[in-house]
Design a protein. Structure first.
Length: 262
């Protein structure tokens, strides 16, 4: 039976770069995102370039009923998934009390609830198959609190800790769990989070999605638990452990506030 890598958030950014990196290695793919037209063109392109089978499903992971339908479709189908890559994510910036609640709820639904549900459903399928691999995408934001992006930072801390815990639990099922914690990456994240993109987009501190994806797939080969692409980002992830909690959250708040919408 043919096996597939399922990638959420596959229409752009790190998700798209992961799809290309895995297709280049001959992996068959199932791509999931909101934009059907975009997914269809990506699927055609990857199939033509790499000769792999690329399926796609337009699904808003922030809507539980649609996610339920998608998971039921996977359960009733004959396609086996031996790699799950949870890339889908949402960011917001600005004062928490000034945020539209529905946007905040959507962030929690996608970043936390959908990711957790996919791990549960597909993890159970992998256990029946005798093993598999899960890669959840967090951020170096996961290592500290983030005033003016409080919900986003907290959601990524959840992904980090949840993934580390699953790694221990699922080892007995031969399921390998890793968590990718990239630093700032040259994607559409900043504009979608309504941050000041001009201050960031030309920064030499940003990695490209392709660099992040290449580092990630190589780290998956080595079964790394926590994957942090870039020496500078590994240094930034370690810094919060060296300072007081007060200092860490104060500095993070100052940096985030500088890039928030006025």
């Amino acid at each position: 039976m043919t096996r597939y890598a399922l990638i959420t958030g596959a229409s752009s950014g790190i998700g798209l770069a992961m799809a290309e990196a895995l297709a280049r290695r001959g992996r068959n793919l199932i791509l999931v995102a909101r934009q059907r037209d975009r997914l269809e063109s990506i699927a055609i392109e990857l199939t033509q370039r790499f000769g792999v089978e690329v399926l796609f499903r337009a699904c808003d992971l922030g809507e539980p009923l649609r996610l339920s339908g998608f998971l039921l479709e996977l359960e009733e189908g004959e396609r086996q998934i031996d790699l799950l890559v949870n890339c889908a994510g949402i960011g917001t910036s600005g004062p928490f009390l000034g945020q539209d609640w529905m946007t905040e709820q959507d962030l929690i639904e996608v970043n936390i609830l959908a990711l957790t549900r996919l791990c549960h459903a597909i993890g159970n399928s992998m256990a029946l198959l005798g093993g598999g691999q899960i890669l959840n995408v967090a951020s170096i934001a996961a290592f500290q609190p983030g005033p003016w992006m409080s919900t986003y930072y907290a959601s990524k801390a959840y992904v980090l800790h949840f993934s580390e815990a699953l790694r221990v639990e699922l080892k007995k099922c031969s399921i390998k769990v890793s968590v990718l914690c990239p630093g700032p990456t040259r994607t559409g994240f900043f504009s979608r989070a309504q941050m000041d993109e001009q201050k960031l987009i030309d920064s030499k501190l940003l990695m490209s999605p392709e660099e992040v994806a290449l580092y990630a797939v190589r780290a998956l080969d080595r079964n790394r638990a926590i994957i942090i692409p870039g020496r500078r980002n590994r240094w930034l992830a370690a810094l919060p452990r060296l300072g007081s909690r007060w200092l860490v959250r104060t500095i993070a708040g100052m940096i985030n506030k500088a890039y928030c919408p006025r």
